[in-house]
Design a binder for this molecule. Structure first.
Ligand code: PMP
Length: 361
């Protein structure tokens, strides 16, 4: 098999142009005689690349000056714990909005460090829609409010992430960062594991309002303190140099695509086409999410007869459509449509789904 259409939820497809460029540069990066992975992160060449990557990300998201951009490790999961360590003092409280698997996990990982208040939850509704902002039970004394912008497993997305007055909103954007323009200034801290819309796993991109870095938090080793990472340009210790480099190539690619407004239009069209195919299948395929909360990035769907699931997966893979198996928590199928998944991939998937339904009606 050559390169197939890849619908993996993460680690996910990377732009072909980025992979080809990395391939070309692998053995001799910019005439340096070695790969980017074999050089010091303190070298001039790496520092210049790292600064350019940050500048491109700032340009793409129009990140205001009073926000720091960090390139960290640990995966989003580590930051579920590290965020309360940094933003909340001993005994303080934080609000969590539950919209699916990842916000549940964020709340449970935070619990050893902060008093977690569940301000809103759609659990009783099987995570079918984001809880309406006017029903959130917010604590005015909370250190922050935590929200997951897009639930990768349940396929539920905030199309307009709410704010919470003076309480900073902390947003896990692991699976939808850079999928469209974002008003960064509305939020206190935005973080994302890289392996969906940015680059390879092992890298976390964080955008944080600088005054929040001044919060005392609690006594902890420097390596856990965001302010220390910010003070050292994310080079407190050896960063994920390969991940940072690939992230930089992706940012450059996004700019060449016309930036985030262009990506938003493309993502809208891709998701719209797939949801239309599901909704127009006469119940052969189903997506349970309230249309107003449907994710543009992760589209879970079931077949009308689960006995056909294995055959669907077998045939789709043979047709060059990869990784459509749904997460075990929800079953069925899931197509992830991140930035690097081109419209042609969605066209191929929709054509396959129609054909499959005709042949196995
Ligand atoms: N948050 C969201 C929204 C995710 O989709 C994931 C991973 N799929 C995580 C957090 C956890 O990321 P990691 O595995 O990098 O810790």
């Amino acid at each position: 098999m050559g390169r197939a259409w890849n619908f993996s939820a993460g680690p996910a497809a990377l732009p072909l142009a980025v992979l080809e460029r990395a391939q070309r540069e692998l053995l001799d990066w910019g005439g340096s005689g070695s790969s980017v992975m074999e050089q010091s992160h303190r070298g001039k060449r790496f520092i210049a690349m790292a600064e350019q990557a940050e500048a491109d990300l700032r340009e793409l998201l129009a990140v205001p000056e009073d926000y720091a951009v960090l390139f960290l490790q640990g995966g989003a999961t580590q930051h579920f714990a590290q965020i309360p360590m940094n933003l909340a003092g001993q005994g303080e409280r934080a609000d969590y909005v539950i919209t699916g698997h990842w916000s549940e996990k964020a709340a449970s990982e935070a619990a050893p460090y902060v008093k977690v208040n569940i301000a809103a939850s759609n659990r009783a509704d099987d995570y079918r829609q984001v809880p309406a902002r006017d029903g959130w039970q917010l604590d005015p004394g909370a250190a922050y409010v935590h929200v997951v912008a897009n639930e990768t497993i349940h396929g539920v997305e905030f199309h307009d992430i709410p704010t919470a007055g003076d309480v900073p909103v902390v947003v896990d954007m692991s699976s939808n960062i850079l999928s469209g323009p974002l008003d960064v200034g509305r939020y206190g801290l935005i973080y994302a594991g890289a392996q969906k819309n940015i680059g390879p796993s092992g890298l976390v991109v964080m955008i944080v309002r600088r005054d929040l870095l001044e919060r005392a938090g609690r006594p902890m080793a420097k390596i856990f303190r965001y302010a220390a990472h910010a003070a050292q340009g994310s080079m407190l210790n050896t960063p994920n140099t390969w991940g940072w480099y690939l992230a930089g190539l992706t940012f450059e690619w996004l700019k060449a695509q016309g930036g985030l407004a262009a990506m938003a239009a493309r993502n809208e069209a891709k998701a719209g086409q797939l949801y239309a195919a599901i909704d127009g299948s006469g119940g052969y395929y189903r997506n349970p999410i309230d249309p107003a909360s449907r994710s543009r990035m992760n589209v879970p769907f079931t077949l009308h007869d689960t006995a056909l699931d294995a055959l669907f997966l077998q045939e789709s893979e043979a047709a060059g459509l990869l990784a459509l198996k749904g997460h075990k928590a929800v079953g069925g199928m899931r197509a992830s449509l991140y930035n690097a998944v081109p419209p042609e991939a969605v066209e191929a998937l929709v054509a396959f789904m129609r054909d499959f339904a005709t042949r196995h009606g």
